[in-house]
Design a protein around this ligand. Sequence first.
Ligand code: NAD
Length: 356
Amino acid sequence: MKVLITGACGFVGGALIRAISEAQCGWPLLGFDNLGRPGSELNRSELRHLGVKLVHGDLRCASDVDSLPAFDWVVDCAANPSVLAGCDGQSSSRQLMEHNLLGTINLLERCKTLKAGLVLLSTSRVYSIEPLANLAVTVLDRAFHPVLTESPPEGLSAEGIAEKFSTAAPVSLYGATKLAGEALALEYASAFDFPVWINRCGVMAGAGQFGRPDQGIFAYWINSHLRRRPLRYLGFDGQGHQVRDCLHPRDLVPLLQKQMDSADSAKPRLLNVSGGRESAMSLRQLTDWCDARFGATPVTGDPRPRPFDLPWVVLDSRQARSVWGWAPQTPMAEILDEIAVHAEKHPEWLGLSAPD
Ligand SMILES: NC(=O)c1ccc[n+]([C@@H]2O[C@H](COP(=O)([O-])OP(=O)(O)OC[C@H]3O[C@@H](n4cnc5c(N)ncnc54)[C@H](O)[C@@H]3O)[C@@H](O)[C@H]2O)c1
């Protein structure tokens, strides 16, 4: 089974390739990347050593996608993954639509021709901002926790945000590209009879992530703390109580194996996949972890709100557990340790992944 990984030189694509190689899945791997993400070019030689054929090309360009060798499955990991993309002055809204949506359409057209399957890595950012921004929270142990009323919004529980939660706009331009990509993938699958699985992933983290304040927050925070770079708690009274869960991308591999082996299954096509409540932590708690490891460093507070920021984002992936028997394998402590070890070995990392 020949598998194409788009965004192969990015954090998730690269981590998946390493994990697939280690798991000896026996899939010949083809990687595709435009090397647009600063730092992504660093992954090229290692991936080639793993025996991956890497093609330099751009998903926005249909002829680049159409001239790729045939494949049986594609795992789409190529996108601009920042929630601020299109609104941050660094990329335009049109560029975001072209990378994230036109790119998906070009892949779907190729899947249609080849009858190849697609695994789309979607995001928790497809969920509606308003009810999440207005969620009542309380602070326990230096982290926000939701205060659930007797009738919470559909799909919300102490376990997190489930698939039934509203996806009504606004969800951010980034979230909208993913939501539209999901709808198109399901339509193409139905119209042209090829398999599609959609995995809505929560925050992913691990060594080698290109960290910036708007994307890759765990890597950004740990690298910055270690190098004594200025850190700020933004929004939410400047206290750093906002919470995210986190998943190591390698933990997706057992799920991908099952999904690719079950092309015809009647299982739900769309599922949340995340670290969940057990791997959730606030920025404040992350600072405590860094202080214990690297020595204390001050963090300033800046209560001005940030666009699209949310107090508590924990994805409920119990359905992935019941449908596929899938569960995250890498505990939070191991993910943080892995990032710290990588940061210690690579003093230049933040400059590479977020050049001025
Ligand atoms: N990292 C997370 O926390 C997270 C969470 C949920 C979903 N996702 C999704 O996972 C995927 C991978 O995210 P990541 O964190 O690895 O991002 P990343 O920026 O590290 O990697 C993306 C890779 O795609 C490449 N790329 C971007 N546009 C391209 C194009 N038009 N043609 C070819 N290559 C292109 C980039 O050069 C980069 O190497 C994205 O689809 C993202 O939406 C990520």
